[in-house]
Ligand binder design. Structure first.
Ligand code: 13P
Ligand code: SF4
Length: 316
């Protein structure tokens, strides 16, 4: 007699959710853009999965009417800056970035009044209002290239002090004034977390994100943006890697390189904001076309200049 199995409700629900999302995506003429830190099941429904720069470039190039942004608020804002005539959906409106909230536009304005000779470069992890009062914008994959190109000798780099230090080391001809912001997730990766992972996996190379502290970056064989990490692991001869960034990246790494081994540091770094997006919320946002992220036109036009400069810069 054939064994009878109770249906796996969790799986069934997931399959049905995915079917409905894909169906509605067609009807709405939508694209789903997904950051590398999102949950695996969200990455698997993405039309494009990538880092902040790749996502912004994809948003700028799409002719879809609706962009479902599976990431955090500043990423959806960047898409809205680039595509004002599209509907940009952020499935959970509470998905923010604590680092982006560590600098306010009024603080940057005040700095500019006091030091008008300094060029302001803002990391893409900032609000649209901050981008609007910045000269240039950059991401982790082109921060060094952007800073090399900007005019003047002094640069206010905000908000990430760790990325600022990383850039300052590589661009000694400029004086970098760092803002005192940081990503709580990367700040929480300690040197000893990586050292202990290396003791467990002595053959592994270390790949780190430049938002990490110096004590982590000093142990890294490769320092890259999230998509740059996938490329570095593809290009390396090593079979094993310790990956010092948010754990969502392990999914694209393992998908791209199933024969290689990827380990998080001894304490696994998780960004709770990145995990807020779920399949049910994606479906709901496509059904209701809410919650939308739309940058007011006055701010958008000012922010567009720095964001366009970011898109033009090469990637290291
Ligand atoms: P990238 O994917 O651009 O490297 O950025 C990492 C990040 O912190 C996004 O919040
Ligand atoms: Fe912000 Fe850090 Fe989370 Fe990225 S990982 S969204 S920088 S808190």
């Amino acid at each position: 007699m054939k064994a009878e199995y109770a249906p796996n409700e969790h799986l069934l629900t997931e399959v049905v959710l995915i079917e409905r999302i894909l169906d509605l995506k067609e009807k709405r003429n939508a694209v789903i853009l997904v950051h590398n830190y999102q949950r695996p099941e969200i990455q698997d429904i993405g039309d494009f999965v990538g880092d902040s720069l790749g996502l912004a470039r994809w948003a700028a190039g799409t002719d879809a009417e609706v962009i479902v942004f599976c990431g955090v608020h500043f990423m959806a804002e960047t898409a809205s800056i680039l595509c004002p005539d599209r509907v940009v959906l952020l499935p959970d409106i509470n998905a923010g970035c604590p680092m982006a909230d560590m600098v306010a536009a009024r603080e940057v304005k005040r700095f500019r009044e006091e030091r008008p000779e300094v060029t302001v470069v803002s990391y893409v992890n900032t609000t649209a209002a901050v981008k609007a009062v910045s000269d240039y914008c950059c991401t982790s994959s082109n921060a060094v290239e952007v800073v090399i190109r900007v005019p003047g000798e002094e640069v206010l780099f905000l908000p990430d002090r760790n990325l600022a230090a990383y850039v300052a080391e590589r661009v000694p001809e400029k004086r970098i004034i760092p803002w005192n912001g940081f990503c709580p997730v990367h700040q929480g990766i300690r040197g000893e977390h990586v050292r202990r992972a290396k003791e467990l996996h002595p053959e592994a190379e270390v790949i780190a994100h430049p938002e990490c502290t110096r004590e982590v970056l000093e142990q890294a064989d490769h320092i890259r943006s999230t998509s740059g990490m996938v490329k570095a692991a593809c290009d390396s001869r090593s079979r094993e890697f310790i990956v010092a960034t948010e754990s969502g990246i392990l999914h694209p790494l393992r998908k791209a390189l199933p024969d290689k081994r990827f380990y998080p540091p001894i304490v696994e770094p998780i960004c709770p904001n990145m995990k807020l997006t779920t399949l049910s919320k994606v479906l709901r946002s496509l059904e209701t076309l809410r919650p939308q992220v739309r940058v007011p036109e006055g701010i958008r036009l000012k922010a567009l200049r720095s964001v366009e400069r970011m898109l033009l810069s090469e990637v290291s």
